[in-house]
Design a protein around this ligand. Sequence first.
Ligand code: GLC
Length: 564
Amino acid sequence: MRRQTVRLHSPAVPGPAMTGEWWRRAVVYQVYIRSFADADGDGVGDIAGIRRHLRYLAQLGVDAIWITPWYPSPMADGGYDVADYCAIDPLFGTLEDADALIRDAHGAGIKVLIDLVPNHTSSRHTWFLEALASPPGSTARARYVFRDGRGAGGAEPPNDWMSGFGGSAWERIMEADDCPGQWYLHLFDKAQPDLNWESTEVRSEFEAILRFWFDRGIDGFRIDVASALVKDTAFPEVPPEPAGGGMPDSHPYFDQEGVHEIYRSWHRIASEYVPERALLGEIHVATAERLARYLRPGELQGAFNFPFMRTPLEATALRRVIDETLRTHASVGATPTWVLGNHDEIRQVTRFGRAYTGIRSRPQDERMPSDPTLGARRARAAIMLVLALPGGAYLYQGEELGLPEVEELPDELRQDPLWNGTGHEIRGRDGCRVPMPWSGEVSPFGYGPHGSTPWLPQPTDWAALTAQAEAADPESMLSLYRVALRIRRSLSALDGGPFGWLPSAAGTLLFARAGGFRCAVNFSGATMMLPSGRSTILASAQIEGDALGSDAAAWFHEAAGQSR
Ligand code: GLC
């Protein structure tokens, strides 16, 4: 193969080394606390469990952890139903444990992000209990979205909005006189009433919550359902999905213009701190341009790149979504992020082993046959793509071990509200939340003390997938992640530097970063020829001579001897 010259596009934003804005390149590891490590043996992960594995995280080479909600909660949605935002659920530990974790993590060079759930509280939050006990029109009700019903006696819900977990998004309550009364909005489970962000009290309460945690030393927040806080107060029906899927351009509760002012006020608070704290949004909107509006200066510093996560492993589609991401983020001076999985999605090893490797909707994507060996091979290639792209990356616990989706859970143990909410039509998200295997030959595989029973059963064949077993195997997924992360840290080419595509055969991707760094990704089904003068840095699969097999990726320098 002839050596090519390539014009690299200069980055729209400077690298983190130049600005100290760590989030611009950070690899953030998502800790799903219930399933990470259970120090006290009650079957549920806890803060002490995270502290025990900080060394593992430091060795893995991540810059930050994002811990899913740890607040007091009835756990109707795994903790995304918060009863008190300024405390820790006893299941997970105490505020002192949280302080100790923040201190230890910082000592290990790891930043700590926590999950903020501002769209809804738990139905056991004191505010909601007060709202139930107060009359229609009261200030207590005004913190939530209460409305009278339609039809005779108000017996019909106020509109046709649907809950994300199935059924109507409205629940009727009994008033003090024991008669059916008003309805409240819950975009998720009925145990998760939506807050009313028109209320100034709600706004100031959340500003106080931000300060509470920033003062304790956390480095930032991941913001749950960040684009849904503000509702169209006329409560119109949701327009139909556009042909081809996705979200309608104008939606009554996603991406309302008013939501930006909330993030501008939060940004002002975050920037009062030194170093500035980060705000990362879980944002679902219609287009990449709409997403970028949340990342304008003075709003959020980052957002999960869900369009990338949903894209199947096909070169043309990947190139399109990467270009769109780079273009729209550059237009506002923001840094892109790349993500393959999280606690809401089917694990990538399983997804990538299927005929369709992208994400559509659960009823379509669940229950398709999967080849786990092919899935793992593709997952190795995909993470090398992710870690070579400009910007930050999110990892979800267990992906570094190549954990598959656990599809065969006993139905009676399933806890995801999606399972019951959809009348068992959708299995739900428990399969990607099975507790981590750390060591040993049998469950709990070091997740909890010997003899303890994890809250979801671990497959008996996970002995080969424990962190201990994989650390000892240079060919394992864990070894690949560790080496790739180490190289990523050490290569200044990947530090916010330029990016440019090189010509490559159909079904493959080839791109350049500074200093002659190249990333080749092959999803073509055929062999991809790499330049023979190259010096290979890392490959997801054996390279035969110059031939990179299908479903594989390689990092190399353009020519032997070229400096890094
Ligand atoms: C987010 C979380 C998800 C949760 C939902 C409701 O999408 O990632 O796990 O169920 O919000 O809080």
